[in-house]
Design a binder for this molecule. Sequence first.
Ligand code: ADP
Ligand code: ADP
Ligand code: MG
Length: 639
Amino acid sequence: MIESLLIANRGEIACRIIRTARALGIRTVAVYSDADANALHVRQADEAVHIGASPARESYLVGDRIVAAAKATGAQAIHPGYGFLSENADFAQAVLDAGLIWVGPNPDSIRAMGLKDAAKQRMIAAGVPVTPGYLGEDQSPERLKAEADSIGYPVLIKAVAGGGGKGMRRVDTAAEFADSLVSCQREAASSFGNTDVLIEKYILSPRHIEVQVFGDRHGNVVHLFERDCSLQRRHQKVIEEAPAPGMDAATRDAICAAAVKAAKAVDYVGAGTIEFIADASEGLRADRIWFMEMNTRLQVEHPVTEEITGQDLVEWQLRVASGEPLPKRQDELAINGWAMEARLYAEDPVTGFLPSTGTLDNFHLDDTVARIETGVRAGDTVSPFYDPMIAKLITKGTTRAEAMERLAFTCDSVLTWPVKNNAGFLAALLRRPEVFDASIDTGFIAKNLESLVVGVEMSDPLLEMGAINIFKQAGGTDVAIAPHKYDGELDDVWTDMLGFRMNAPANPLIWMLADGELRSSRIGSTRLGVGSLLWSNGNEILIVEKGWPHRFSAARSGGNLAGGAADGAILSPMPGRIIAVDVLAGDTVTKGQKLVTLEAMKMEHSLTAPFDGIVADLNAIEGEQVTEGTMLVRIEKDS
Ligand code: ADP
Ligand code: ADP
Ligand code: MG
């Protein structure tokens, strides 16, 4: 067995690999860029090597530095993770040439599957059914157009070097072909440095079905069944599951056998995925499933396969790379239960899924019914340099419905703040009847985007409805429902609040978690007329508006609300202008002392210290406009 391993990746996958390596007694070496100097994967590894500046081109994609880091630290092997250099045959070769073990397939296998046209030619030769289309060398626009005409519209133009859902154009009519070709080639040139394209029949009612395969150096190849990744946005997977709903045993046997055949055709070693596209207009049928491409690496969604088979695929990779035979024979592998994964992104569905960067002041993922794979912690920064996926949420159930319900629950309890996330969107998706019935195809999200995203947008009246209900229902002593200007001990808030209600201002400010974000709302300022209360357990409520559930809970003092008043972070309770800052960073302050004065709604509001302590952070600047929820001052208890 390998004794030391360098992981040429970052984020959740680097952490995932380190976990298994450690369990196997393997010493781990992380690599990192400037932006990742304090990243979780760096902390978790036994050793870490700085390999360059923040842009991936200057660090995670510089093969020479990674090989040099392995040499310098005495690592015996390199695991590339996914993305980055994982499907770069030249890098794999460089690793081997340096006398190191490459945790992946032979460079020739990567090359054979690297370009989509060559891969499909190879599969046709091996007798694997492929999507009908044109794979020729003649790339003249006239020829490509003629081929598209004869295939029949709609067609899909695909960059042969494409990946990550890029370099693809669906063309519905002959008239649009020329323009789509030009724009596809332009994207292919800038993203992949290769303008060659292939043309495929666009499959109607498409479902993405893929098969996990594994080979060893002793000529064995097995499959670990299929995954369904049909819930996609812009050709990128959003929610994945295993097994595929509606897959009968005969169809499964046929597609898994085709996958094994495909892997054997390229002498495949290690973890790989054969991706198929299915015409599901009449359910999944063996004669309507075609090879699309092979990913010659560990896949993002590998955990769902691990959950239903009980295997650790990273362990398999490390054993195979060490020269051991596959841990299991085909007849020792079986499907047990159902698993689902959702990709949690730091992005804002409301702004068209723009990545949301910044510091994760609050970060909490509920692992009571889920397996969480993440590479970040509270306090980490989501930088603009890399993929904004911050975690994968994976659940298992004995039935699909159970796995799904658990995943929806887990999405509901996601909290990231002030960084935005797509959890509300994921939860809305998981509660759609079409998703529940698995009657969807890859176009489902695009077709329903408006209603899925409206579901996560929170209107002021809805927030207020949440605030009123939280106010009415929350109980106990640790509820941090803080009226504006409240300066008592946090634990006394609720008690005080009850008394406070009698002669309080008519519209106290309520802090709450609304769909995973820390929000505030004022009671009594807007006319209600939204939503209906669906469920409540005393301090959490679910309000349904326009068919979408929104979850509200009281911000808790003992919980994970690092940005709440709980730990002394003073947030701007409303949009306004800072008119005075009465403290300096490092000052000692006493409970109730005035820190900052905010002018809002034509009134002055003093924000005071919640307890004795020191000014640990000071972000408030006199004269500046601030938005609601901006962290202005943070007081730390001096101990
Ligand atoms: P799959 O086919 O495995 O679902 P994708 O093609 O969506 O995968 O995933 C590979 C992509 O993951 C790469 O294109 C890259 O953008 C992204 N990626 C690479 N490394 C990381 C990482 N450490 N964390 C998150 N995303 C990553
Ligand atoms: P990438 O390398 O970007 O992952 P793929 O060839 O795997 O490219 O295609 C990505 C996605 O595009 C698929 O998961 C599927 O949703 C869609 N797609 C690809 N080929 C077809 C096709 N012929 N018909 C319909 N949809 C397709
Ligand atoms: Mg693909």
